[in-house]
Design a protein. Structure first.
Length: 336
């Protein structure tokens, strides 16, 4: 399990200020420009980020070093040199992760039985037309630089806020979360629970959806995370079942409220008996456990017809509506 050491820590790259370094053998890393604060920490002024880059190049092979920047001569929070370098190389994206404006786009989810709106999945987007950063890029950089917990918290908050004044009570919100960012469910999820309370959202209207399941190795820990959500009255979903880690065997181990079938099994399923067989088995096994089934990535009427005929409860995809910043009514299409 990862450490909480960088969770939620903001780290800014000022145009000028002071470079701080820390090491048990600080003297061997110093040049004449540095001033020692104590036996472990020293600092030097810099007047441009190019100077910071030069120091990184000079110190790049120092495995025991921690580094940080400050506007003043006061010591600042220091991080290991490798993480500092990764953040420096992606400083524009890192800055946006920490301070940029986000918004949640909403994609409709419908009942395949009643053809009525069931809920919306909240999808993170940047709220600045001049910033061209995809969610994939944001989460990739956040993961590499130790800011994935911070970004995941911000994404969850935006998703909860997106309901306010837009999504009526009783309509579900499906909200993605990264289980690898939650080291201690009782502690790490308090931020989310406080946000739900702050915006006066009914916990029963929220479905927290596991993503990156192919990376989860500790199933018992993931179950504790899901159970913690359930304890607060919220629902949980397992995403991308059928790919990577998310096998059908996980349904009985984790007992989610919802299961979302990987879109690779939905695409052109009407033309592939192997996909139909898998979809049938997945639906039957889920229903036997009392789990609601959702087919995602539906783009063609024929795919919707197959899923409906197999007894899937819910459908999501471009056939019914694309993600949008404003609430959109789903395309109600006859699929029978």
């Amino acid at each position: 399990m990862n450490s909480c050491i960088h969770c939620g820590i903001s780290f800014d790259f000022y145009e000028q200020g002071y470079i701080f370094i820390e090491s048990n053998q600080i003297s061997q890393h110093l040049t004449s420009e540095y001033q020692k604060m104590n036996d472990y920490i020293a600092f030097t002024p810099y007047s441009s980020l190019d100077m910071v880059q030069s120091e990184l190049e000079r110190l790049q092979y120092s495995t025991d070093l921690r580094m940080g920047l400050s506007r003043t001569k006061r010591t600042t929070r220091l991080i290991d040199l490798k993480t500092f370098e990764l953040r420096f190389n992606e400083k524009e994206t890192v800055n946006f992760i920490q301070h940029g404006q986000f918004v949640s786009y909403l994609q409709p989810i419908i009942s395949l039985n009643s053809k009525e709106l069931y809920g919306y999945e909240s999808l993170l987007r940047t709220n600045d037309p001049q910033i061209n950063l995809s969610p994939g890029k944001l989460f990739d950089v956040a993961t590499k630089t130790g800011l994935h917990s911070l970004l995941d918290q911000r994404a969850r908050e935006e998703a909860v806020k997106a309901r306010v004044g837009k999504v009526p009570a009783g309509t579900k919100s499906f909200i993605n979360f990264l289980p690898s960012t939650i080291y201690n469910p009782d502690f790490c999820l308090q931020h989310t629970f406080k946000i739900v309370e702050k915006y006066q959202v009914n916990p029963e209207d929220l479905v927290f959806e596991v993503v990156e399941t192919e990376k989860i190795e500790d199933v018992n820990h993931l179950k504790k995370v899901l159970d913690r959500y359930k304890k607060e009255g919220m629902k949980v979903a397992l995403d991308d079942v059928g790919s990577g880690f998310s096998t059908l065997d996980m349904l009985e181990l984790l007992r989610p409220d919802y299961v979302k079938i990987d879109r690779s099994y939905i695409s052109n399923c009407d033309q592939d008996q192997g996909k139909i067989d898998f979809l049938k088995e997945a639906n039957e096994r889920a229903h036997a456990l009392g789990i609601i089934t959702l087919a995602e990535g539906i783009e063609r009427i024929e795919e919707a017809q197959v899923c409906a005929s197999l007894g899937y409860d819910l459908g999501q995809g471009y056939l019914f509506g694309k993600p949008a910043e404003t609430v959109t009514n789903p395309e109600i299409i006859s699929i029978t």
